[in-house]
Design a protein around this ligand. Structure first.
Ligand code: DX5
Ligand code: ZN
Length: 223
């Protein structure tokens, strides 16, 4: 097992905290600043109490970025919309087990389309939820806040869950990214990494920073 200090951390800024009036410039700037993925939070005002944007925005931005588009679906029922996001240019699609009746089937659908499939675990959702679908999973995303809003505080209660998932992933027979989403700052990033995360999703601490490149490097632990 690679220890937490030797793993290169993937940084995925969340577009939710960008200036929505200047989305194209924001996406260009974040790519130039060294982001590894672009995280796109899709909210339906039903599964979570907020509405963000849909596949049309994704397709419009797709033309202006070479970053992997890491789509986090917070919509229910989720299955009806998988193809819309696949067609719009998503590279990764992550969904919550609570958002559809057949997690395994949803993951099969995403994989069959040639995309990376992810499972998102809410703060109260057990890591065991994913264990019998691990063969279909490329990303496990631990929510360190309740989904729906940016700018919330990191829930340290999730750290042991990250460690548990790290053990599960290290025992798996294929690579799986272990991402943490919500309240990631310069103070909380080292805790998530020490617990076993290799991917950090960060909205506020990157898109509200004066210098995107500095913010990304700081989260990665490069400065
Ligand atoms: C919350 C979203 C997060 C959010 C993170 O539902 O899944 O991706 O944008 O924002 P910060 O980094 O501000 O907590
Ligand atoms: Zn997210």
């Amino acid at each position: 097992m690679a220890d937490s200090t030797s793993r290169r951390v993937t940084i995925a800024p969340s577009l939710l905290a960008a200036d929505f009036g200047r989305l194209r410039e924001e996406v260009t700037a974040i790519e130039a600043a060294g982001a590894d993925w672009l995280h796109l939070d899709i909210m339906d005002g039903h599964f979570v109490p907020n509405i963000s944007f849909g596949p049309t925005i994704l397709a419009a931005l797709r033309k202006h970025s070479n970053l992997p588009f890491d789509v986090h679906l917070m919509i229910a029922p989720v299955d009806l919309y998988l193809d819309a996001f696949i067609d719009a240019g998503a590279d990764h699609i992550s969904l919550h087990p609570e958002a559809g009746p057949h997690l395994h089937r949803s993951l099969q659908h995403i994989r069959k389309a040639g995309k990376k499939a992810g499972v998102v675990l809410n703060p109260a959702t057990s890591p065991d939820t994913v264990s019998w679908a691990l063969d279909l999973v490329d990303i496990i995303l631990v929510m360190s806040v309740n989904p729906g809003f940016g700018g919330q505080s990191f829930l340290t209660s999730q750290l042991p869950k990250i460690t548990r998932l790290r053990q599960m992933i290290d025992a798996a027979d294929h690579p799986i990214a272990l991402a943490v989403d919500g309240g990631i700052t310069m103070a909380t990033a080292p805790k998530a990494i020490a617990a076993g995360a290799d991917t950090l999703i960060a909205g506020t601490s990157v898109f509200r920073a004066a210098d995107y490149a500095e913010a990304i490097a700081a989260l990665r632990g490069d400065v």
